[in-house]
Design a protein around this ligand. Structure first.
Ligand SMILES: C[S@@+](CC[C@H](N)C(=O)[O-])C[C@H]1O[C@@H](n2cnc3c(N)ncnc32)[C@H](O)[C@@H]1O
Length: 561
């Protein structure tokens, strides 16, 4: 894809360059030039994403975009955009500290597993002083404004790797003590920062002693990230098996939480990618979501989890909106969530194929219908804005999801193994393409570009391709939504690699939590199961999304054409 700048330059070239018009043209030209330059500036990331997604030997190194680390009231440190960041920009590419721990796909690797791994690495001499010092700079559970938190506030983001290692190397190699700007350095005298000066950190001293399990445990607990399966598009292209992973990626660990975050995170091989999932202005804080699947729960559940696990009360925009709802709406959200997570609904998600039929869950379907209609009615009566409604549907997600899935099944079908068991003759998920499209809109409000979102947009497009004519305008809209979501996820990749990623994703049976959505019986995202589902889905992708649609979607996402 070429840059938008080239289009602007093309127009400028045809403008008259002399006389009154000439003067105007020069002004226009200057403006165009500055726009083009600004646009150019946005192409900052020096990572070849095509290679990263397809060639495992390629090492992109560590990349920190135009973001800076700064103290944020009540949150300790956080990452802030140094300039406007467009959608789909790659904000960070991080390397794991002490190596990530991998396990069989589907394993729920947690902080205790990682703790054991890092203690072993340390005991066997693979966690050197630089790594230990970097670990000690992560949030350790002390109150955001405590002295120990203050101590690490003066540390720049860059110092988490390159400078830090260089200083340690020099400090270890020679008698000269490391000092100066950056890591641990006191702010220049007389600057505002100096007024709040915190003691400079001696990196050698900080990294010298081995970490005790008691020291390491909170660092791991508050900062680790994990997933139970590999990136569904990149892993097959890199010919890597899908594996569960958990690790500490220090730059990523600087991101604070929001229940409707503006970034999305996923791992490709050992690297952790942070993509812009929303456009943000200069100075805005970059956020991620710590909740995993609980992102799609009501305010009370989210708050309880964040307090218990991370020790803070979230006050993000979504929480604030949900906090001041009329009582009738809050009650309707809670009722819908309860209906979607009741014992019967939960049992459906793990029932073996054919263990239930649609008639036997008629009672549940009725209860879910009443709950969802109750919430829709309450939101309408309260006159809530579209954004708030989407967030609330997301908070009651289990009800919307289970109801749509049940409704979509033919009456005589036998749901089981997570509603779409995939036994011989069992229905495909979502015979009505509007169902996954509606669900995708709910997920997009809190997690654009997430696995669930990508699955649903792909499913909507694939199902539509089977029933709608190619030139049906609904087909074009669905193709656009699908491409858009994938571009947000994968960033600045070439059209060819984007297509390969889409095809790889569409060839894998997905699972969302314990709900199996693939049309085969296999749980999980195992590559071995791919062949059974490639036919119709690939038809949907390759037969429908034309080059023109791909380019248009890219242009609309972030001016990537
Ligand atoms: C992974 S760290 C994030 C970086 C951390 N702020 C720091 O200074 O290193 C997680 C901790 O940051 C704080 N935090 C994250 N998100 C927050 C939020 N939305 N509001 C308040 N504190 C938050 C909490 O103390 C949490 O346990």
């Amino acid at each position: 894809m070429s840059g938008q700048g080239s289009l602007l330059r093309g127009r400028m070239a045809s403008a008259p360059a002399t006389g009154r018009h000439g003067r105007q043209a020069l002004l226009v030209q200057a403006k165009m030039k500055s726009i083009a330059q600004n646009h150019k500036k946005s192409v900052w990331v020096n990572v070849d994403l095509d290679r990263l997604y397809t060639q495992p030997p390629y090492n992109p190194g560590r990349h920190v975009g135009p973001v800076k680390l700064q103290p944020l009231p009540g949150k300790g440190r956080g990452l802030v955009a140094e300039r406007e960041l467009p959608l789909a920009e790659t904000a960070l590419v991080c390397e794991p500290l002490g190596g990530a721990l991998a396990g069989p796909e589907g394993t729920d690797l947690g902080p205790e597993d990682l703790l054991g791994h890092l203690l072993r690495e340390q005991a066997e001499g693979r966690l050197g002083p630089a790594d230990r010092a970097r670990l000690r700079l992560l949030y350790d559970g002390s109150a955001a404004d405590s002295p120990s938190s203050q101590r690490s506030r003066s540390v720049g983001l860059d110092d988490f790797a390159a400078r830090m290692q260089e200083r340690l190397r020099r400090a270890e190699a020679g008698p000269k003590k490391a000092k100066g700007k950056g890591f641990g350095a006191a702010p220049a005298a007389g600057t505002p920062a100096a007024a709040a000066a915190t003691p400079a950190i001696d990196p050698v001293a900080l990294g010298a002693p081995l970490l005790t399990p008691e020291e390491l445990r909170p660092l791991v607990r508050f900062n680790c990230w994990g997933n139970s399966f590999a990136e569904l598009g990149a892993a097959p292209l890199r010919q890597e098996p899908s594996r569960a992973v958990v690790g500490l990626w220090p730059e990523f660990a600087m991101l604070n939480h929001s229940c409707a975050p503006n970034t999305l995170t996923f791992n490709v091989g050992p690297y952790l990618m942070v993509q812009m999932a929303r456009e943000v202005p200069q100075g805005a804080e970059l956020t991620t979501c710590y909740l995993g699947e609980l992102e799609q729960t009501p305010l009370a559940e989210r708050r309880a989890m964040l307090r218990a696990s991370y020790g803070f009360d979230c006050a993000c925009e979504r929480c604030k909106a949900e906090e001041k709802l009329p009582a009738a709406v809050s009650a309707a959200v809670a009722a819908a969530y309860a209906a979607g997570t009741c014992e019967e609904a939960m049992a459906l998600r793990s029932a073996p194929t054919g263990a239930t039929d649609r008639a036997s869950v008629a009672g549940l379907e009725g209860a879910l219908t009443r709950a969802v209609e109750g919430l829709e009615g309450a939101m309408q009566a309260a006159g809530l804005e579209a954004q708030a409604c989407a967030w609330l549907r997301s908070s009651a997600w289990p009800a919307y999801w289970t109801l749509e899935a049940l409704r979509d099944l033919p009456a005589q079908s036998k749901p089981g193994a997570g509603l779409f068991g995939g036994g011989p003759g069992s229905p495909k998920p979502f015979s009505d393409p509007e169902v996954p499209a509606r669900l995708a809109a709910i997920v997009e409000s809190v997690a654009p570009g997430s696995d669930t979102h990508l699955f649903l947009v792909l499913e909507a497009m694939s199902r539509a391709a089977e029933t709608l004519a190619k030139d049906d305008p609904r087909m074009a809209d669905l193709a656009k939504d699908c491409l858009r979501a994938h571009i947000v996820r994968y960033g600045r990749v070439s059209d060819a690699v984007l297509r390969e990623l889409l095809q790889a994703r569409s060839a894998v049976p997905h699972y969302l939590g314990t709900i199996t959505l693939g049309t085969t019986q296999q749980q999980g995202a195992g590559a071995g199961a791919a062949s059974a589902v490639t036919g119709p889905m690939l038809g949907g992708v390759t037969g429908v999304a034309s080059e023109a649609q791909l380019r248009q979607a890219a242009a609309e996402v972030a001016g990537l054409v």
